[in-house]
Design a protein around this ligand. Structure first.
Ligand code: B1H
Length: 831
């Protein structure tokens, strides 16, 4: 974009960026009323809560603005290496609370609003969270950019500004019904659109060869359609450090508003078709978690944001005369899963076709600029784009991918002469079931580093998903265990616990989470434990209020709060949790278990199912039916309750996780790459019942076996059982407790007598049970008995909970970022 010649303002006010006069309550009130009057155009007396929220958001934004402009200027001047985080998802959660926290304005805002007769909590609750992600992968991106800003590391997060984020889940007769997520409807105060900095993105067409002035053969892409990418900038404020990084999300727009001749001819609908078509690209987030569907629009989204981002960085972030042979000195592009991997051939294309590099030069630069994170082990989650589709949409990129593959295969054949099978296995081009591009292989071949997201996952990645690559390039593979930001998920979400921690060990833990270790001795201090338990109780009461208002759900007092919140997926095994609930219930109503021996327990589920994932949706339906039946049955005397609040999201997580006693992390071993919810629970003093999977392994190692309820097969045992031949029905036949639970579902007890309503779920477990829930059932039930035993001893439970907090400091995303910086990115914090 043309910024024109540099300006040297003569008036002193113009040289210093604006800085809101917010250092006092008075200054705050002035600015807030000013925003309300001038931006919203209303008087305080006539303003709506939304007006007030928007004015408050702008007031905080104004305060951060000087720091943002300053950060940008300093980073540009320093010409340091930047992290370009490429992610199709950012599950940000609400912005206001985080911005207030990062700028230390909570107290001032609270007092200032009170003087206006307003209440900060009410205004904060007005914000609709930007749900621009599905689950863990998108939330991880949000935690990472928070940590980088807090650690003073230059980073631009690049992604898509979906007009509709993850769908809003509602239940109709217990079944999931999706509503569009209209997060922009009431105005979005956190974004800064820059239509003047739009970039063009091309699609389709064909390629041509030609000879350049030096007689070298070159290729030229002649696309046949294009769209504009409009950047929307978001602030990413560091915690109390004055740094504000940028998240740049792209929105698609038609290059031409409409086709005038067609319009003049009277065909209005036809005249605006191109516009609708273009704008579809950033219209909606694909609501698939872990199972990409391979749709054309999705490939368009992927190329769209990646092309915008590379163009933006090269043209707008680098100096005009920058020598791109040294691009790796200024950026490291982190590929958040395979979704942005089309950036690899895009950079090759730019360097060769636009900048005149020859192949080897371009490849040398490209391979230094990318690093790749894999987030899965499920084969169906590994993206393979049909060459037919890719070639139609991006003909030049497909050519480049073929050429990359030729080079790869040549290297393989040289390293392993005669091993043609190996070459075929490692080919980026798959031949079956149709010809397709294996994006994970392309990423692995092009990247400086490839990492998994927990120790076990990284090991399995090497051994099972990419064994040939890891054999050929062992040093390329590494692990960085995921983390979560302590700012949002402890300090903000759990103010009472945070206060207790800060009163006990000082406030340094918020940016140095390992300091939580200093709490260890206090696990044995009855006074500390009492305060710790009081914070948990406060969180439970707060949750009860939220669930009552939000969902009409009553949370009973004094229950063990047992929480399973995450996307609904068979491998995560919500059905196993449900079988445990049904089993407890069945034992009571059949008289096998006296009701007074039941530990009073409320089980909370939160889960969205991908709209096309039938088994997941049926499971939701069953959970809701069980919840209704169990919670209403007087024979349980209120000692067992199941609650399933709809539309689990970041906002609800911030209330649920701090209140939980028990964290359910029960995926089949070897299936959950890491998990990050597991970390949030442990840091908020919940005990985990979990399998030896993902980051659970590391949580258990750190908090200690005694303070973690392990159950189920480990990964080698799973592999062994699979190899031997798994027969789920034998577990049903051999285990009367399991049989009784499944039979109760089959009897129609939860479905008003309909004996077939849940056949799909039950017979899937009995006949196939791909994730071996029945095999782990008994072990799970036994572990739950150990949970109840510990819970009965309040002191012992609280002691374990304190130790979970004290020993989980490792799971800060600051630590994850430190590892990426040192082992993968080789970037420096500034100052
Ligand atoms: C994770 C995904 C994912 N792994 C495809 N893979 C998607 C795959 O839209 N898609 O097509 C969306 C998401 N998400 C999760 O990443 C893992 O299951 C978790 O175990 C992990 O904690 C998280 C962050 O690394």
């Amino acid at each position: 974009r043309d910024l024109g010649p540099a300006r040297t303002p003569t008036h002193p006010v113009a040289t210093a960026p604006v800085n809101g006069p917010l250092f006092s309550v008075d200054g705050f009130v002035k600015e807030f009323i000013h925003e309300l009057n001038t931006a919203q155009g209303v008087a305080l007396a006539r303003s709506s809560v939304n007006d007030q929220y928007l004015a408050l958001a702008r007031t905080v934004k104004n305060y951060l603005m000087a720091r943002w402009l300053d950060t940008n200027r300093k980073t540009r001047e320093a010409k340091v290496k930047t992290v370009g985080y490429l992610s199709a998802e950012y599950l940000l959660g609400r912005q206001l609370g985080n911005a207030l926290l990062a700028s230390d304005l909570n107290e001032i805002a609270d007092k200032g609003l009170e003087l206006c007769g307003l209440d900060l909590v009410t205004l904060r609750n007005q914000e609709v969270e930007p749900g621009l992600g599905n689950g863990g992968l998108g939330r991880l991106a949000a935690c990472f950019i928070d940590s980088l800003a807090t650690m003073n590391v230059p980073c631009i997060g690049y992604g898509i500004r979906y007009e509709y984020g993850i769908f809003r889940q509602t239940f109709v007769d217990g079944r999931q019904v999706e509503q569009p997520d209209t997060w922009l409807a009431l105005g979005s105060p956190w974004e800064f659109p820059h239509p003047d900095a739009s970039v063009q993105v091309n699609f389709g067409g064909h390629t041509e060869k030609y000879r350049d002035a030096d007689g070298k053969e070159r290729t030229h892409w002649l696309p046949d359609w294009n769209v504009l990418g409009v950047p929307y900038n978001y602030m990413v404020p560091g915690y109390l450090n004055g740094r504000v990084n940028t998240l740049r999300l792209w929105s698609a727009q038609a290059t031409k508003a409409f086709d005038l001749p067609t319009f003049n001819a009277g065909d209005y609908a036809q005249a605006v078709r191109a516009q609708t078509f273009a704008e579809n690209i950033s219209k909606v987030l694909y609501p698939e978690d872990s199972t990409p569907q391979g749709k054309e629009l999705r490939l368009q989204q992927q190329y769209f944001f990646v092309a915008c981002s590379l163009r933006d960085f090269i043209d707008n972030e680098l100096e005009d005369d920058f020598d791109l042979h040294h691009l790796d000195e200024r950026i490291i592009l982190q590929l958040n899963d395979t979704h942005p991997v089309i950036a690899v051939p895009e950079l090759m294309r730019i360097l060769m076709d636009e900048k005149g590099f020859d192949w080897d030069e371009a490849w040398a630069v490209t391979t230094k600029c990318f690093a790749y994170t894999c987030h899965t082990l499920l084969p169906e989650a590994l993206e393979v784009w049909p060459t037919e589709l890719l070639g139609r949409l991006l003909p030049r990129h497909l050519e480049i991918i073929y050429a990359i593959n030729e080079q790869l295969l040549e290297e393989v054949r040289e390293a392993y002469p005669g091993d043609e099978l190996r070459a075929r296995r490692m080919s980026i081009i798959a031949e079956f079931p149709e010809r397709g591009v294996r994006m994970a292989y392309l990423a692995t071949y092009a990247a400086t580093k490839v990492n998994g997201v927990a120790a076990l996952h990284s090991q399995l990645l090497r051994d099972k998903v990419l064994p040939d690559f890891s054999e050929m390039w062992p040093d390329r593979f590494t692990n960085v265990t995921n983390g979560v930001t302590p700012r949002r998920f402890v300090k903000m979400a759990n103010p009472k616990l945070s206060e207790l921690i800060s009163d006990t060990i000082g406030g340094g833990w918020v940016t140095d989470l390992e300091r939580l270790r200093e709490l260890e001795p206090f696990a044995d201090d009855p006074d500390f434990r009492a305060q710790f338990a009081a914070a948990k109780d406060w969180n439970k009461r707060r949750l009860a209020e939220v669930l009552r208002k939000r969902d009409g759900i009553d949370l009973p007092d004094g229950h063990l709060l047992d929480v399973m919140v995450k996307r609904l997926h068979e491998y995560k095994r919500q059905s196993l949790k449900l079988l445990h609930v049904v089993s407890l219930y069945e034992q009571v109503i059949s008289g096998k278990l006296p009701v007074d021996q039941l530990t009073p327990r409320t089980v909370v589920f939160g889960a969205k199912a991908a709209p096309g994932y039938k088994m997941a949706k049926d499971t939701i339906h069953l959970i809701n039916r069980v919840a209704a039946t169990v919670s209403a049955d007087p024979r349980l005397e209120g000692r067992l309750k199941v609650a399933f609040p709809a539309n689990y999201n970041v906002t609800l997580a911030e209330k649920l996780i701090p209140a939980a006693d028990l964290s359910e992390q029960i995926s089949l071993a070897g299936m959950e790459a890491s998990g990050t919810g597991n970390m949030k629970f442990a840091l908020n003093g919940a005990l985990t019942i979990g399998t030896d999977d993902g980051a659970n392994v590391e949580i258990r190692e750190l908090v200690g076996d005694k303070h973690f309820f392990l159950f189920g097969m480990n990964e080698p045992q799973v592999a062994e059982l699979g190899a031997k031949g798994y027969n789920p029905e034998s577990y049903y036949e051999d285990n009367p407790q399991l049989k009784a639970a499944l039979d109760l579902v089959l009897s129609g007890h939860f479905s008003g007598g309909d004996q077939h309503l849940f056949d799909a779920v039950v017979y899937n477990l009995l006949n196939s049970d791909r994730f071996m829930a029945l095999a782990d059932f008994q072990s799970y039930v036994d572990a739950q008995a150990r949970v109840e035993e510990r819970y009965a001893d309040t002191d012992a439970w609280t002691r374990s909970a304190v130790l979970n907090v004290a020993r989980s400091g490792f799971f800060s995303s600051d630590r994850s970022m430190r590892e990426y910086i040192q082992r993968i990115w080789h970037t420096q914090p500034m100052m």
